[in-house]
Write a protein of this length. Structure first.
Length: 172
């Protein structure tokens, strides 16, 4: 009985060997490509993290060539998550520049600046679904409160239109 099973397996193997070989090779190629792509993604993430300083310095230079960031302020910005990516980083840097009295943006400003932490102010109902929109909405609302509810000043600080500001503060 067991020899008939082996014979049948040998017949199937002989008959289907090209398919077995191809599926084995495709599995090996899949594993190789998958491990290579994971290495590549890890490498890209590492490069982005090491280039964060250069990105922030370049954006800061474009916004205001007169201002610089202290090392502790740079470290504080590195620890944040940036769901809005570069646009969000630009907006945060604009707010920091507007709130800085001197030429150097220090960590103390980032820590006390409530525009960077949205713990007290909630986003408007239309921005609840997207984390990037939620972050921008909180930034707009915080800046509006910090400027004494001055829409024109918020518009200048964040580089947004007054219509956009009004959309986010209409239910406050």
């Amino acid at each position: 009985m067991s020899s008939s099973i082996y014979k049948r397996m040998a017949q199937l193997l002989f008959h289907f060997w090209p398919y077995i070989l191809i599926s084995s090779l495709s599995a090996i190629v899949f594993v190789l490509l998958n491990s290579t792509s994971m290495w590549l993604v890890a490498s890209l993430i590492n490069n982005v993290l090491t280039d964060f300083d250069k990105i922030v310095i370049e954006i800061l230079r474009q916004i205001s060539p007169d201002h610089t960031l202290s090392k502790s302020a740079m470290d504080s910005l590195k620890t944040r998550t940036w769901p809005g990516n570069i646009r969000q980083l630009k907006k945060v840097l604009r707010v920091l520049i507007a709130n800085t009295k001197g030429q150097v943006i220090r960590n103390a400003i980032i820590q006390k600046d409530q525009n960077l932490s949205g713990s007290e102010v909630q986003p408007c109902n239309s921005c609840l679904q997207s984390s990037a929109r939620k972050e921008n909405c909180i930034l707009i609302r915080k800046t509006w409160l910090d400027t004494g509810r001055n829409v024109s000043l918020v518009s200048r600080r964040l580089g947004l239109s007054r219509t956009t500001i009004y959309k986010h503060i209409k239910d406050m």
